[in-house]
Design a protein around this ligand. Structure first.
Ligand SMILES: [Zn+2]
Length: 269
């Protein structure tokens, strides 16, 4: 695990999303859990050396952030909407992805289950542990139920996939709320930013991400203004300059189409 501040460590290599740990005097808080069972067990064992797990926070309802919960102790804390997703999720929901990423992990072991939240909230929740405070703030955008975890004592925020320095994923996104969330993130007094995936960064990522999300929305809005239907938009929008470097085939091209479709339907509503 990479040490990020005095008491924060982040695992980005074997967890599909970033799994983070904040070490306090009274135990540790884990943010997001690895999807591959063997990796979740390994990370749980690594974390044990910092102390007992008191809370596990899931920053969003997507399976790559929640599936490893059952391998960790402590109480699971999420947005209300993420608890609903955990209750509905079935092991079959991850077997397809595991087949591609980690076929050795199938069949899933008997311990595996989608472990639901013990504590939920809708707008804000503060947890206090040792000398640390954890401010969980509902920040819809990448999903309707995404949250940020702000830990002022470490001058750090964990943003979920609202920050993703690769391609933003709009599958369940609320595009206009995403822009509001990025403005809200700008106001936090932090030095370090831990995105949902990829390298730990700093505040400069907020304006960069806003520009990116805004670019996607504007490109689709432009197609709508020109009177294009969804099929035409899916055909034409990728020709915009901002998408010039994106592959036109393979999984990335699939995400590109999915994003355009989601934004198109959202803006049309
Ligand atoms: Zn996600």
């Amino acid at each position: 695990m990479q040490k990020v501040t005095d008491n924060v460590y982040v695992e980005s290599e074997i967890s599909v999303c970033n799994t983070s740990v904040v070490v306090t005097k009274e135990g540790v808080v884990v943010i997001d859990t690895p999807m591959v069972p063997a990796n979740a067990k390994k990370v749980a064992a690594d974390i044990a050396k910092f102390g007992p797990v008191r809370y596990v926070i899931n920053s969003e309802p997507h399976t790559d952030h929640i599936a490893g919960n059952c391998y960790f102790g402590g109480l699971v804390v999420t947005h209300d909407g993420t608890r609903n997703a955990l209750l509905k999720a079935k092991p079959e929901d991850i077997t397809g992805m595991l087949q591609m990423m980690a076929p050795d992990s199938l069949p899933l072991d008997k311990e595996f289950r989608f472990r639901p939240s013990d504590i939920t909230f809708s707008e804000r929740l503060a947890l206090y542990l040792g000398d640390h405070s954890f401010h969980l703030i509902h920040m819809p955008g990448h999903t309707p139920y995404s949250l940020a975890v702000y830990v002022p004592e470490e001058r750090i925020v964990f943003t979920s996939d609202n920050i993703n320095l690769g391609m933003p994923v709009f599958r369940d996104a609320l595009p206009d709320k995403w822009l509001e969330t990025l403005t809200q993130l700008e106001e936090l007094d932090v030095d370090k930013v831990v995105p949902g995936h990829g390298e730990v960064t700093d505040k400069s990522c907020f304006s960069q991400m806003s520009k990116n999300v805004r670019g996607w929305i504007d490109a689709v809005a432009d197609a709508i203004d020109k009177g294009m239907n969804l099929e035409e938009a899916i055909e034409e929008v990728p020709k915009a300059e901002m998408f010039a470097d994106m592959p036109k085939e393979g999984p990335a091209a699939g995400f590109l189409r999915m994003n355009i479709e989601r934004i198109y339907r959202y803006l049309k509503k």
